[in-house]
Design a protein. Structure first.
Length: 80
C-alpha cells in the first residue's frame, strides 16, 4: 500500500473507530460494514456524512456497491 493510500486508510479507520467506539485494529479491508460492524443504512449514511465533514469527497459514492471497509477505501481514494 502506498503512503497516500495508507494515510487515507488511517484517516477513514480513525473516523470509523470514533463513530462506532471500536479499536482501529478491529477493522481491515475485508471487514463488512453491515455484517461485522452491524451498521444499518442510517448509520452508514451518518458515517459518510462524517467523512464528508472530514474533507473526503463523498458526493459520487454509490453506497449500494460498498460492502466492506476495503470497498469504501477504494471508492474514497479514487475521488481524492
Amino acid at each position: 500500500m502506498d503512503t497516500d493510500l495508507n494515510n487515507i486508510s488511517v484517516k477513514i479507520k480513525r473516523e470509523l473507530s470514533d463513530f462506532l467506539g471500536i479499536d482501529m485494529e478491529d477493522v481491515d479491508d475485508e471487514t463488512s460494514l453491515k455484517e461485522d460492524l452491524h451498521m444499518d443504512p442510517a448509520s452508514i449514511t451518518d458515517y459518510i456524512e462524517i467523512l464528508s465533514k472530514a474533507g473526503f469527497d463523498t458526493d459520487r459514492l454509490d453506497l449500494t456497491e460498498i460492502e466492506t471497509f476495503g470497498d469504501l477505501l477504494e471508492a474514497l481514494s479514487s475521488h481524492t
